[in-house]
Write a protein that binds this ligand. Structure first.
Ligand SMILES: [Fe+2]
Length: 334
C-alpha cells in the first residue's frame, strides 16, 4: 500500500468568484480565501484549490481549458513517498515544494503530485436503515431530514485523454495503480493501491467522437462522495434553489462501479459530481470489459435519447484481468 487517496486538486479557472460561490453552494467547507482564489478543505482533509488560470497556471500541465490542472495523490508513509519519487525521477523531473508536494508530469501531460498524507481522516458516514418488503430495519422511526449535501472527500477525477491506455499503463507501472474496469474503446478506470474506491481516475477517450471530446487533453469532472441518495437530492435541490443550472442527466446509477451519480455543470470547468454507494474494490476484484452503452447506466431518472432502446447485455472480463470460464451472466429481475 502507498497511495491512499486524492490529497488535493488544483482547479485553474477563468471566473474565480463564481467558482467559489458554486463550491460553497455545492457543500464544500471554505478553509481560506484571498484575492487570488480560495481553498476548501473536505472532512477527510482533502483540499480543493481554486486559482485563476491566467495568473496561476500549473507548471507542466498540458490540459486544454479550465478545470483541474493538477492531482496530488496522498501517500501513506514518508518512506513510500521517497520510494515512489525515486521511481519517477528515473525519467522525469520531480520538483519538491514547501508543502512537501513532489510535483511531476505524468505521461500524456497531466500534472500530478505526491505528498505524504498523515492528516487523512477516515470518514464514517453510516446510511439510514432501509425498509423493504419483509425486511423492516426502521420501525417507528422516520428517516433523517437534511437540507444540504456535505461531501466527505474526493473519490475520483475524470480526464479526457487522447491516449487512455498510455496514461493507464503509466499509472499502473509507475505508481502501482490497479485496473478496475474498461468501457471498450471509450474509457479506462483505475484505482490507487491503498484505497477501496472503484476508481480514482476515469480516463475517457478524447477521440470517442462525443460532444466535448475533440481529440485534446481536457479535464472532465470530479466526483465528491456523499452518503446516500437523500444527500444527493438535498444537494441537488439546494443548488437549484441557489440558481445554478440543472444537472443535464439528473440522478442515475452507473452500471460500471454501481455508483449513484448526479453531475452538475461547474463554473470551475467540466462537471462536479455527487457520488454515493459505489462498489468497493480490493485486489480480489476481477476487471471487466463493458460495451460503452451497457456500462454507462443501470438506470437514469430521465432516460436520455441514447438509452431509449436500452443497451444490449455486453460485458465480459478484461483480457488483462484474471480470465474466468463462463463470463458474466445476466441477472434475474427478482
Ligand atoms: Fe464520475
Amino acid at each position: 500500500m502507498a497511495i491512499i487517496g486524492i490529497e488535493r486538486i488544483l482547479y485553474r479557472v477563468d471566473d474565480v468568484d463564481r467558482s467559489i460561490r458554486f463550491f460553497e453552494d455545492f457543500g464544500l467547507p471554505l478553509l481560506d480565501r484571498d484575492e487570488g482564489g480560495a481553498c476548501f478543505r473536505l472532512p477527510d482533509n482533502a483540499r480543493v484549490d481554486i486559482r485563476a488560470i491566467a495568473t496561476d497556471p500549473v507548471p507542466g500541465s498540458q490540459i486544454v481549458g479550465i478545470g483541474v490542472h493538477e492531482i496530488v495523490w496522498g501517500v501513506d508513509t514518508a518512506e513510500n513517498l521517497e520510494r515512489l519519487v525515486a521511481r519517477l525521477a528515473t525519467d522525469r523531473e520531480v520538483r519538491r515544494d514547501a508543502d512537501g508536494i513532489c510535483h511531476f508530469v505524468a505521461d500524456g501531460g497531466i500534472a500530478m503530485g505526491l505528498r505524504h498524507w498523515p492528516e487523512k481522516r477516515q470518514i464514517f458516514a453510516p446510511t439510514e436503515p432501509v425498509n423493504s418488503p419483509g425486511n423492516l430495519q426502521r420501525m417507528n422511526v422516520h428517516r433523517r431530514w437534511i437540507a444540504r449535501a456535505r461531501p466527505k472527500g474526493i473519490s475520483h477525477i475524470g480526464v479526457i485523454s487522447p491516449d487512455i491506455e498510455g496514461l493507464a499503463t503509466f499509472l499502473r507501472e509507475r505508481l502501482d495503480f490497479r485496473l478496475s474496469d474498461r468501457q471498450r474503446s471509450f474509457a479506462v478506470y483505475v484505482r490507487a493501491d491503498g484505497v477501496n474506491d472503484h476508481h480514482n481516475l476515469a480516463i475517457l477517450n478524447a477521440n470517442a467522437g462525443l460532444p466535448g471530446m475533440d481529440g485534446t487533453l481536457r479535464f472532465h469532472h470530479v466526483n465528491y462522495v456523499v452518503t446516500d441518495l437523500d444527500e444527493m437530492m438535498a444537494g441537488k435541490n439546494h443548488l437549484e434553489r441557489r440558481g445554478w443550472p440543472k444537472s443535464e442527466w439528473g440522478i442515475g446509477r452507473h452500471r460500471i462501479a454501481s455508483a449513484l451519480f448526479c453531475y452538475f455543470p461547474c463554473p470551475a470547468g467540466g462537471e462536479a459530481e455527487y457520488g454515493a454507494d459505489s462498489d468497493a474494490l480490493d485486489d480480489n476484484w476481477i476487471p471487466r470489459d463493458f460495451s460503452p452503452m451497457f456500462g454507462i447506466a443501470h438506470w437514469m431518472h430521465d432516460l436520455p435519447g441514447f438509452l431509449r432502446d436500452g443497451a444490449e447485455w455486453d460485458v465480459t472480463f478484461a483480457a488483462d484481468g484474471v480470465p474466468t470460464k463462463g463470463g458474466i451472466q445476466p441477472h434475474s429481475d427478482l
